[in-house]
Design a binder for this molecule. Structure first.
Ligand code: HEC
Length: 108
C-alpha cells in the first residue's frame, strides 16, 4: 500500500503547527530554556510573587499589563536581577525572560 498524499500533507501541517508553537521572538532565539527554568526555581521568583498575588504566583505575569513586548519583558527581568542582586549574566537574564515568554506572555 502506498502512502496517501493526503496523509503526508496532514503530517507536514502538523509539523508546521508544532514548529510555530515553539517559535520564540528573535531576542529569545537560542535561549537556554532549561537554564531559565532552573534559575526561576533557584531564585524563588514564584515564592515572592505568591505573597503578592496568591495562588501559585503565576498571576503576577500579566500579558495584557504593562509588559507588551519581548524587550520589555527582558528589561523587567534585568531590573529584578539588579534590584534583587541576583548577579545573573546577560544570557541568564535572556534565558529567564524566554521561559516567562513561552509559559506566560506567549510573545510571537
Ligand atoms: C522580593 C520579591 C520578588 C522576587 C524575589 C521576585 N519578584 Fe518579580 N515581582 C515582584 C512584585 C511585587 C511584582 C509586581 C509589581 C507590580 O505589580 O507592581 C513583580 C513583578 C514581576 C514581573 C512583571 C509582571 C508583569 O507582567 O507586570 C516579572 C516579569 C517578574 N516579576 C519577574 C521576576 C523574576 C524572573 C524573578 C526571579 C528571578 C522575580 N520576579 C523575583 C516581586 C518579586
Amino acid at each position: 500500500m502506498k502512502t496517501s498524499p493526503g496523509l503526508l500533507l496532514v503530517c507536514i501541517l502538523n509539523w508546521l503547527c508544532m514548529a510555530m508553537a515553539h517559535a520564540q521572538p528573535a531576542i529569545f532565539q537560542g535561549a537556554d530554556m532549561k537554564l531559565g527554568a532552573q534559575l526561576i526555581q533557584e531564585h524563588q521568583c514564584a515564592s515572592c510573587h505568591v505573597n503578592k498575588v496568591g495562588g501559585n504566583g503565576d498571576a503576577i505575569y500579566k500579558p495584557q499589563g504593562r509588559i507588551q513586548t519581548p524587550a520589555l519583558l527582558r528589561g523587567m527581568v534585568e531590573h529584578c536581577n539588579t534590584e534583587l542582586n541576583l548577579s545573573l549574566f546577560p544570557e541568564e537574564v535572556t534565558a529567564v525572560a524566554a521561559v516567562l515568554s513561552r509559559d506566560h506572555y506567549r510573545f510571537k
